[in-house]
Design a protein around this ligand. Sequence first.
Ligand code: SAM
Length: 214
Amino acid sequence: MRLKNIPGSREVIGASGFVEHEPEKWAGRWRERFGNDYPVRVEIGMGKGQFLMELARRNPQINFIGIEKYSSVLLRAVQKMEEEPLPNLCFVRMDAQELENVFGEGELDRIYLNFSDPWPKERHAKRRLPSSAFLDRYDRILKADGELEFKTDNRALFDFAVEELAGTAWRVRELTYDLHRDARLNEGNIMTEYEEKFSALGNPICKYIIFREK
Ligand code: SAM
């Protein structure tokens, strides 16, 4: 994805109360951070936050954490939260490679990946968020019956993601190659910024929901 550096974004993020600046401190204790006993769900690579904010609005009894690598992108989500603070949502600026330092074993109820960067070069395959290297990380921080949801319009990345499940304990609960034409799976679907953009171009949206067989 092309990134525009927005001057001052690091400072705004650094001073924002909607961003958790010491996420490691809450590993295994995120419910305490939210001050309740609700389940905790995470979107990795949340971008400008449209999906997660709507999810948090619709589900006040679930805690949501949005993870984003770049301040310039996270800035827009922070600005939206300033206009409409949501008590069950907070953001963390971090690289998903560090997930295990920030979440305890089995702490999360669900993980969302939406329109993850494709990293098309083979030598970068391990950086793809639905790669087996990342699935191992998710395995440790998701609770036993936790789920991982992944949406993309990138068919090559989706095929890769499905192939990565072979030989693992991950199993497919739901899968579609055209989410918006699947009335059952599309019910209650919340569009991300990328989903709006690419479905408007006519691209079908692929989605899977996976879980682990224990
Ligand atoms: N999920 C949003 C959507 O669907 O509109 C944004 C999609 S955008 C293509 C991918 C986002 O993931 C970018 O904002 C990027 O900075 C973020 N990202 C990519 N790799 C990441 C990583 N390893 N850790 C955290 N964020 C990451």
